[in-house]
Design a protein around this ligand. Structure first.
Ligand SMILES: NC(=O)c1ccc[n+]([C@@H]2O[C@H](COP(=O)([O-])OP(=O)(O)OC[C@H]3O[C@@H](n4cnc5c(N)ncnc54)[C@H](OP(=O)(O)O)[C@@H]3O)[C@@H](O)[C@H]2O)c1
Length: 336
């Protein structure tokens, strides 16, 4: 089978298309023919060696895929040949709280990922996809969608009538917008361009703020909520935007801290967190149980993920370059 592997960290020069033996499933394992994979910002960081330089190499990158079960090993009961499935991001986090060992089972990082024609995974590390989704759409769920779901409904306690703030129009933010809408919440979104803002308004956001034209967008968020602030911020900017998010959130509101798009380290005044009893909670994707509850909601509402562009497998480097350009709106998918 063909698989892309990272031989050296640093960039696309270290990524090569290799010929590897097609794996066979052992007891409890499942062979999946991969039909589509999707990119996350993390995959770019991993490729550049900015995520964790101690990850093993050569290594198959990417965590998110969708495919078809083509063979099962002895004793497999959770899936059958022909099922349409997606892997869970951390193969060992099935339910309950995150613990220290779960992170060591993350695909496309600590262990080989999914940018390959075939995958062998334990049956526990898969979920069945909602029927109405194509493989391309299904491949967008394992990281970005589960992260947004956790941010709003597992770590977060979003309710109908609440207001959330999303930052930018990447994969996590657009899933958060879609999930918040289906839960009856109001969404205020920021983006760097008016064109992307128009698209989030078309998707049901109540208000959009151009973060370039309005650098103090946190004040605008306050004004839009009659001075109260939003109930929850889906914080993908990180250290570079956290101070603004602390201003934009209401007293005793929640910040789901997810990303580092605007940097991972900065001096932050923690007084607002204390004096306004703000709950700042780190999010690391989510468990299989969260993925399955999310899939139920996706089925009921026939929700369709937003796909920016689909690249052929041979053009994988171009897909990475497209992500780096930040010109995308929604998910970047590669079709095998
Ligand atoms: N903790 C977790 O479990 C977890 C899971 C998934 C992702 N993440 C992290 O969350 C972040 C977003 O991931 P993603 O996959 O959704 O990314 P993505 O699809 O690449 O989204 C990037 C978008 O965010 C906006 N953006 C770029 N720089 C920004 C900045 N400085 N401040 C605010 N917005 C900015 C831009 O949208 P506009 O042009 O519209 O502004 C850009 O198109 C990344 O840092 C990623 O590593 C964490």
């Amino acid at each position: 089978m063909k698989a892309y592997r990272i031989h050296e960290f640093g960039g696309l020069d270290g990524l090569r298309l290799d010929e590897l033996p097609t794996p066979t499933p052992g007891p409890g394992q499942v062979l999946v023919r991969v039909q589509a994979v999707s990119l996350n910002y993390r995959d770019l960081l991993v490729l550049k060696g900015l995520y964790n330089k101690n990850f093993p190499r050569p290594a198959v990158p990417l965590s998110d895929a969708a495919g078809e079960v083509v063979e099962v090993g002895a004793g497999v009961t959770r899936v059958r040949v022909g099922d349409r499935v997606a892997p869970i991001f951390m193969q060992a986090w099935l339910a309950g709280e995150l613990n220290e060992t779960h992170g060591k089972s993350a695909l496309g990082g600590a262990i080989d990922g999914v940018l390959a024609e075939f995958l062998v995974l334990h049956e526990n590390g898969l979920v069945v996809l909602p029927d109405h989704l194509s493989f391309e759409e299904g491949s967008t769920l394992p990281c970005a969608a589960v992260t947004a779901w956790n941010a709003l409904f597992a770590a977060g306690t979003l309710k109908a009538g609440d207001t959330i703030l999303t930052l930018g129009t990447g994969g996590v933010s657009l899933f958060a917008l879609q999930f918040a809408k289906l839960a009856g919440a109001t969404v205020i979104a920021t983006s760097s361009t008016d064109e992307k803002l128009q698209r989030v308004l078309n998707m049901g956001a109540a208000a959009g703020i151009n973060s370039q034209a309005t650098p103090d967008w946190e004040k605008r968020v306050r004004a839009l909520t009659n001075g109260r602030g939003v109930d929850l911020v889906v914080e993908v900017g990180g250290a570079g935007t956290l101070s603004k998010s602390l201003h934009a959130v209401r007293t005793a509101g929640q910040i789901s801290l997810i990303g580092v798009l605007a940097g991972g380290a900065a001096e932050i005044n923690i007084l607002p967190i204390v004096m306004r009893a703000i709950e700042v909670r780190g999010i690391l994707v989510g468990s299989r149980a969260m993925f399955e509850v999310m899939n139920r909601a996706i089925r009921v509402h026939e929700l369709r993920p937003v796909i920016d562009r689909v690249f052929p497998f041979q053009e994988t480097p171009a897909a990475f370059r497209h992500m780096e350009s930040a010109a995308h709106f929604g998910k970047i998918v590669i079709r095998l």
